[in-house]
Design a protein around this ligand. Sequence first.
Ligand SMILES: CC[C@@](C)(O)[C@@H](O)C(=O)O
Length: 735
Amino acid sequence: MAPHADEAHDLDTAAPEQKCLGLSQVRRCEDLNGHSLSNGHSNGYSNGNGCSNGHGRLNGHYTNGHHNGNGVHCTNGNGARTSNGNSVHNGNNNDQGIDSETASIASNWDAATVVDMPVPRNLPRPGDYIEFPQLKHKQGAPLNRWSHFMTRDNDSPGAQSMLYSQIQNWEKTKNAPQVGIATVWWEGNPCNSHLRELGDLVRKAVWEEGMIGWQYGTIGVSDGITMGSEGMRFSLQSRELIADNIETITCAQRHDANISIPGCDKNMPGVVIAAARHNRPFLMIYGGTIRKGYSELAGKEINITTCYEARGALASGNLKPCEEHKNATPEQVLEDIKTHSCPGPGACGGMYTANTMAVAIEAMGLTLPGSSSHPAKSPEKMRECERAASTIKMLMEKDIRARDLMTRAAFENAVKITILMGGSTNAVLHLLAMASSADVPLTLEDIDAISQRTPLLANMKPFGDYLMEDLNKIGGTPSVLKFLIQAGYIDGSILTVTGKTLWENVADKPSLEFGPDKQAIIRPLHDPIKTSGHIRVLKGNLAPGGAVAKITGKEGEEFIGSARCFDKEHELDRALRTDMKLRTTKENIVLIVRYEGPKGGPGMPEQLNASAFLQGADMANFALVTDGRYSGASHGFIVGHVVPEAVVGGPIALVKDGDVIKIDAVENRIDIIEIPGVGKGEEVVRRELEKRRREWKRPPVRPLRGTLAKYARLVGDASHGAVTDLPVKSESLEW
Ligand SMILES: CC[C@@](C)(O)[C@@H](O)C(=O)O
């Protein structure tokens, strides 16, 4: 069937980085947020007013008179509110790629009366994605901007018949907007097992708003369950598959909006990457954290990490029962820990990867307030699901799309809160990947620069004492955001899914209190855990393309030791279990685990088994270096994401047992500084590595077929987020 005339060539052609959309005309702006994209990280800190940071940020001309009733006036105490002054009168013109016929369909939709909406538009580059004329922006009705091409007139009777069979109501089939509800549901993982129930709540609320809610599932992989096995190789690629899955359904089925409900680590970046690609009105509902567990035999609160660390403790004779149960064997203690670590549904409870990503995405404004800290099983989580329906409808009415919120300032918030909260190293990969999908410039160097000037404040696990459930009790992420906006670390002026600014979302939340007898989870600014970030981007002759370390300071800031190399994680695992000489050495050892990168693994597996073993066995004289990655639960002197990875001939492939390696988390370097029998110093090492490179042969790469083989062929390096959907520079792409 020939496309509708208005479906064919009705696209806006302005370059995305120049776009800022007024509604009845395309306006060109320097950038998306009133400051230059290229120097975005020089954001500086706001003046504590929590709303304006003096960058002319767009923060609040979103008036539609109904639904959110926000009237958005900044409530930051000083009334500061900035606008870039580009308010554009929308009027009722019909030049946005939606014909008059469609407009009449829209009349059922109580057209919004938006008059002034300087939303920072971040449209994809024309040609990057399958194009729909509805790429044109328009406030108010119709809300079925994408789906009406199937449901109007008689062009698609087959589609209409099939849709009607599910809806049983012609009025709705023809006119109601269609909201995709993507749940990363599957029942084998506590992080995901409850998501369909949450999806059902959302679906019901969407229908009650007069819209159609289509719930569907995506794939998911559990890091916790696959940890240490070949299955773990599928974990990182599941992020890409989730993104592909949601992009496919949203675009193929022409959904008018998307609500995604992820739970486990890769789920969150996966749904956000999808949102940047389909660029429909979007919001994310995080599945929520698990409750903490308790082991009677160990006599302490426990969580999933306790299981992994108990393994090392068992092997080294450190796993002991508490006094009250002193007759229990170590095996019984382990059994009790395993039984009680996961007391219900929800994602792993510390500031591990899932909670890190959820907090980061909330700080970007892509969730309702509190989404990242509401526990999986809580009335707050249920209310959030119900509220999602009216929120998405409001976003559709205002035509605020995913990329409009995915600005440079939003990404900076995400990086900063990851550091302030002691988040997972995986956030580096995921934020780079998410930014890449939204065409927002964000580099490893930007993350490093932010980390250098951002303190670590949260006393949360893995290295600290508290879990997300504890944080929720003191006000959760909204109270933390309120504090951090007031402190000037987080930009409160970004637009969020509520149609209000981040500051407006949290201004009336409880304030954190500091001092004796108050909370001990978030440290005051004058007493941080570390004055700069725990996430360190290292470079040096071992990782010329970058590496990412997690250094909280507890483990020291410098490590010098002799290399002990392992090709693949299972070799190290075997050595840790069986090589008593290695385990009992008093020498400083740098364990190198290679051929575990995105391509070489393939799949860049998380190496929690090794890091937890070292913790559980108190092996503080060991550092770990890998081209793979770590769990959010990993801590100790750990360096991952080494680029270039071994399989492409990176220097990590050339290290030999005994080489002396220095990791310097102050100067942010990782170098081979001495080669026994050859000599010391930069030049000597460089020449020796050149010699070894000539002798190096790439080991056979497996597998050759199937999803991981496809992944290995497509995936980029970790310093660029390990993405499979790399930005294409020109149309002359070689196939
Ligand atoms: C056991 C599962 C974890 C904690 O490893 C993973 O979720 C992560 O944080 O990376």
